[in-house]
Design a protein around this ligand. Structure first.
Ligand SMILES: Nc1ncnc2c1ncn2[C@@H]1O[C@H](COP(=O)(O)OP(=O)(O)OP(=O)(O)O)[C@@H](O)[C@H]1O
Length: 755
C-alpha cells in the first residue's frame, strides 16, 4: 500500500472556502496533453504563533528596551571572520572547533534550552559527537585531490545504495561537503552550520538567523539524502531563488559527482523529468505540487494509481513522454519553512479540467455586472452581513438587476446567477482596491493580469488567485481579460504535499514562535541554531503616535536624521499604497530613495542587495528581497550599519522579525525601530472594532507620541496570532475528516476533488 492509501498523511489542513482567500492556480501547463489549471483558492494565511518564545538575539539598545534573551553566552569562537573564509585553502589552519551544546535551543511546545536543567540533552550530545567526528576527518581530506574526494563520494553512494544507514555515513558525507565548499566556493561550513545540517538530516526545522548561510547549510542534508538515489528536493518560494541557490551551490555538488536539477515554471515535461532525475533538485513548492498532481492524473489515466509508483520513490522514471516526471518523494528540505509550511500551508494547488462551453456567457456576465456595480447603494439595493461580510441584494436591488439592459448572452443566464454575479461585483467594487489588495501588470502572454498583493507580507503572490469568482470580478473591474475557471481535476494543499515526503526538514529565520504548530502538523521539531558571530543589532524603543499621519511624519524625520550620517535606511511597509505615501513624503523633503513594490523578484533582489550602500534609503513592502544578502562596506560598518524602520505590526510577529533581520547580519552592526499608531489595523484585529475605534478617536486628539501604549499593540498581535492558529487547527480537522471519508468510499482525495 502506498502512503496515499494508508492515510499516513492525514494530518493536513484545508478549510471551508472563503472566496476572499486566494488560491494557487497554474496557467497553461507546459505540455499540451495536460489539463489546464484553474481556480483560485487559498490565501497565505495570517500566521499564528501559539506561544511566544524569546527573541534569539540579545538587544543592546541605546534607548534600552526590556527584553528577555534566552540565548546562552557565546562559547565557540567564530570559525573565521567573513571574507577570510572566502579564500580557498584559507580555512585549512582552522582548528576543529568544539560546540557548546547550551548555545542551541530545541524549541518545542515549551521554550526549552537543549541543555536545560544543567544536564546534557541526549540529542545534542550525539550531534556534538558527530561534529567531532566530522572535524577529525578534516585533516585527512584536505590534502586529497579533487578526484580522491569524488571517489570517496562514489564509495559513499555505493554503501548507501547497498542499504547502509545514512546516519552512519553522515560524518564522512558532511566532512566531504564541507571540504568541497571550502575548495570550490571558498566557504567552509561553520560548526553551527554543521549542527544545523545534522538537525536537518534528522527532520528538524532549523531556525537560523537571516544571513547565517542557510543556502550553504542546505547542501549537507541534500547531499546525504541524495546518496540513496531516490532524489533530494529543495523547495523554496520562487523560481528566482531556486535557480540562484542551485547555481550558486552547484560547484560543491559537482566536485562530489552529484548532479543538480532546477525546475522552473516554464519548463516542459522533458526537462522536468531530467531535473527530477538529478540527484538533487531545486524548485518551488508550487512546481513540486503541480508535478505531483500531473503525474497522478497521468497514472490514473493509465490505471496505475494503485501501484507503488508515487509517494515512495519507487520507479516510474523514464525519458518518454507518458511517464511521470517525478521519481517519488523521498526527502524535501523546505527553505523559508515558516512561509511555505505555515503561511502557504492551506493554499490548494489546483489543476483544472478543460471544457467550458458557456465561457463567453460567463465572461460577458462578469463584465455586465461590473459595469453596473457602482450604481448599487448600500441598504437601498444591498446589505452587508456584519459577521460573514456577505453582500445580499434587497428586493429593490433584485428588481434593479431585472430591469437593467442586457445582451442576449447575459439574458440567457439564470436570474439567481445574475443576482450572484451582481453581489460579487458590488463587493469587489467596494472592497478590492488597486495597488492595495492587488496590482495590474503585463502578464507573460502579453495581456495584463491581476496579481494579488499578499496582505501579510506586502509581497506579490505570484500565480495565486482569489476563489469563487472574485478574481474574475476584479479582472472585469479592471477591464482586462477574464480568466474563466474551468473546474477542478486535481487538487492538493501545500501542506498535504509536504506531508507526503518520507523525510521532511526545513530552514527559516523565524520558526521558533510557530514551533508548536510545526511539530504538531509536520512532526518536525524546531531547533534554534545560534549565530556564528554574536549579533550586534540594536533595538531602539518603539514609538507610538495618535495617527498614521503623525507616525509617518516622525518616520520621515528619523530617516532624515540617519540619512545625514550616511547610514543606509530600509523602511518596511505593509502595503504598496503606504510605500507610495512614504515615498511622496521623502520626495517632498528631497531625500533620494528606491521604492520596491515587489513587482519583479529578480530586480527587487538586486536593489535590496544594494540597500546597504552609503546614504541609501530604500522603501519596501516588507518581504521584498527576502533571501538577498545585504552586504555592508567597512565604511558603513564603522558608521553603525544599516537602520531598519518597521512602520506597522504584522499579524504575526514572525513576519516583523523577517524585516528586522535585514540588518545586523552575520555580526554586522545595525539598528531597528518599530513605529505604531492608534489607527493601525492590528488593533482592530486584536482588540475588536469597538476598542480600536475608541483608541483611534483618542489618537485623533493627540499631539504628542504615546510610547507607553506599545505593549497594547504587542498584546493585540498575540491575540491575532492565537486566533489564526485556532482557525487553522479547526480546518485541519475538517480536511482530515473529508479525506478519511473519501478513502472510505474508495475515492482519491487528490483527484476526486469537490469543486
Ligand atoms: N561558512 C561560510 N563561510 C563564508 N561565508 C559564508 C558562510 N556561510 C554563509 N556565508 C555567506 O553569508 C552570506 C549569507 O548567506 P545566505 O544568503 O545563504 O544566508 P541566509 O541565511 O539564506 O539569509 P536569508 O535569511 O536572508 O535568506 C552569503 O554572502 C554567504 O556567502
Amino acid at each position: 500500500m502506498t502512503d496515499q492509501d494508508t492515510g499516513r498523511n492525514d494530518a493536513r489542513s484545508s478549510r471551508q472556502p472563503d472566496p476572499t482567500d486566494p488560491v494557487d492556480t497554474q496557467s497553461e501547463p507546459p505540455t499540451g496533453s495536460r489539463n489546464t489549471i484553474v481556480e483560485p483558492v487559498s490565501a497565505p494565511e495570517p500566521v499564528s504563533e501559539p506561544e511566544q518564545v524569546a527573541e534569539p538575539e540579545p538587544i543592546a539598545a541605546p534607548e534600552p528596551v526590556e527584553r528577555k534573551v534566552v540565548q546562552a553566552t557565546e562559547i565557540i569562537p567564530a570559525d573565521k571572520p567573513r571574507g577570510d573564509a572566502g579564500t580557498p585553502g584559507g580555512a585549512s589552519s582552522t582548528p576543529p572547533a568544539t560546540v557548546a551544546p547550551e548555545r542551541f535551543q530545541s524549541v518545542g511546545t515549551k521554550s526549552m534550552s537543549i541543555f536545560s536543567g544543567g544536564g546534557f540533552h541526549p540529542k545534542m550530545v550525539r550531534w556534538k559527537r558527530m561534529l567531532t567526528e566530522i572535524n577529525e576527518l578534516e585533516p585527512t581530506l584536505q590534502p586529497e585531490s579533487d578526484n580522491d574526494l569524488r571517489k570517496r563520494s562514489l564509495a559513499l553512494r555505493y554503501r548507501a545504495m547497498a542499504g547502509e544507514k545514512l546516519a552512519k555515513l553522515l560524518p564522512e558525507a558532511y566532512a566531504l561537503v564541507r571540504e568541497a565548499g571550502r575548495r570550490t566556493l571558498g566557504m567552509r561550513h561553520y560548526d553551527v552550520q554543521m549542527i544545523g545540517g545534522i538537525s536537518l538530516f534528522e527532520s528538524h526545522i532549523a531556525e537560523m538567523q537571516t544571513g547565517e548561510g542557510k543556502t550553504l547549510t542546505a547542501t549537507l542534508p541534500l547531499y546525504l539524502h541524495s546518496l540513496v538515489g531516490k532524489g533530494a528536493h529543495l523547495a523554496t518560494v520562487n523560481d528566482y531563488l531556486a535557480k540562484r541557490d542551485a547555481e550558486w551551490m552547484t560547484p560543491i555538488y559537482n566536485l562530489l559527482g552529484v548532479s543538480v536539477g532546477i525546475i522552473q515554471t516554464p519548463d516542459d515535461q522533458g526537462s522536468r523529468r531530467k531535473s527530477y532525475g538529478s540527484a538533487v533538485t531545486y524548485g518551488t513548492a508550487k512546481e513540486f505540487g503541480f508535478d505531483f498532481l500531473r503525474d497522478r492524473l497521468l497514472l490514473r489515466a493509465q490505471n496505475r494509481i494503485q501501484t507503488e509508483m508515487l509517494g515512495d520513490g519507487g520507479g516510474g522514471f523514464s525519458d518518454s513522454g507518458d511517464k511521470p516526471v517525478m521519481r517519488g518523494m523521498h526527502f524535501c528540505l523546505v527553505d523559508e519553512a515558516d512561509s511555505i509550511l505555515i503561511d502557504e500551508a492551506r493554499t490548494p494547488l489546483i489543476i483544472g479540467s478543460l471544457e467550458d462551453t458557456v465561457r463567453d456567457q460567463i465572461v460577458e456576465t462578469y463584465r455586465w455586472a461590473s459595469e453596473h456595480a457602482p450604481e448599487y447603494e448600500l441598504d437601498d439595493h444591498f446589505t452587508i452581513d456584519d459577521d460573514t461580510k456577505q453582500y445580499e441584494l434587497t428586493a429593490r436591488g433584485r428588481q434593479k438587476v431585472r430591469a437593467l439592459p442586457k445582451s442576449n448572452l447575459v439574458r440567457t443566464m439564470g436570474l439567481v446567477d445574475l443576482y450572484e454575479y451582481t453581489e460579487r461585483a458590488v463587493k469587489v467594487f467596494r472592497e478590492f482596491l488597486l495597488d492595495r489588495q492587488y496590482v495590474v501588470r503585463p502578464g507573460d502572454k502579453g495581456v495584463d493580469e491581476i496579481v494579488i498583493v499578499d496582505e501579510f507580507t506586502g509581497r506579490l503572490a505570484e500565480g495565486r488567485k482569489w476563489r469563487d469568482g472574485i478574481h474574475q470580478a476584479i479582472e472585469a473591474k479592471e477591464n482586462i481579460e477574464i480568466s474563466v475557471p474551468t473546474g477542478q481535476a486535481a487538487r492538493i494543499t501545500v501542506q498535504d504535499l509536504f506531508l507526503r515526503y518520507n523525510h521532511l526538514a526545513g530552514m527559516t529565520g523565524t520558526a521558533a514562535t510557530s514551533a508548536r504548530e510545526l511539530k504538531r502538523i509536520y512532526r518536525t521539531p524546531v531547533l534554534r541554531v545560534p549565530t556564528n558571530r554574536p549579533p550586534k543589532r540594536k533595538r531602539l524603543a518603539d514609538r507610538v503616535f495618535g495617527s498614521i499621519d503623525a507616525k509617518f511624519q516622525a518616520i520621515v524625520d528619523e530617516v532624515k536624521t540617519i540619512h545625514e550620517t550616511g547610514r543606509p535606511v530600509l523602511i518596511g511597509t505593509r502595503s504598496i499604497d503606504k510605500s507610495e505615501l512614504l515615498s511622496r513624503m521623502l520626495q517632498a523633503i528631497g531625500i533620494e530613495h528606491q521604492i520596491l513594490n515587489a513587482n519583479n523578484v529578480a530586480m527587487e533582489a538586486e536593489i535590496v542587495a544594494d540597500a546597504g550602500q552609503h546614504g541609501r534609503v530604500t522603501v519596501a513592502t516588507n518581504m521584498a528581497g527576502r533571501g538577498t544578502d545585504i552586504k555592508l562596506t567597512d565604511q558603513i560598518v564603522e558608521l553603525g550599519g544599516m537602520h531598519v524602520i518597521c512602520t506597522e505590526l504584522h499579524d504575526a510577529a514572525r513576519i516583523d522579525r523577517q524585516l528586522i533581520g535585514r540588518c545586523g547580519r552575520q555580526g554586522d552592526p545595525g539598528s531597528y525601530r518599530q513605529y505604531l499608531s492608534l489607527d493601525d489595523d492590528i488593533l482592530k484585529g486584536g482588540l475588536g472594532p469597538d476598542k480600536a475605534e475608541k483608541l483611534k478617536a483618542r489618537g485623533e486628539s493627540l499631539t504628542d507620541s504615546v510610547d507607553s501604549y506599545a505593549k497594547l499593540f504587542r498584546r493585540a498581535q498575540r491575540k491575532v496570532e492565537k486566533k489564526h492558529f485556532r482557525d487553522r487547527m479547526v480546518l485541519l480537522h475538517h480536511e482530515k475528516e473529508r479525506k478519511k471519508m473519501q478513502r472510505e468510499i474508495g475515492q482519491d482525495p487528490y483527484l476526486d476533488t469537490p469543486d
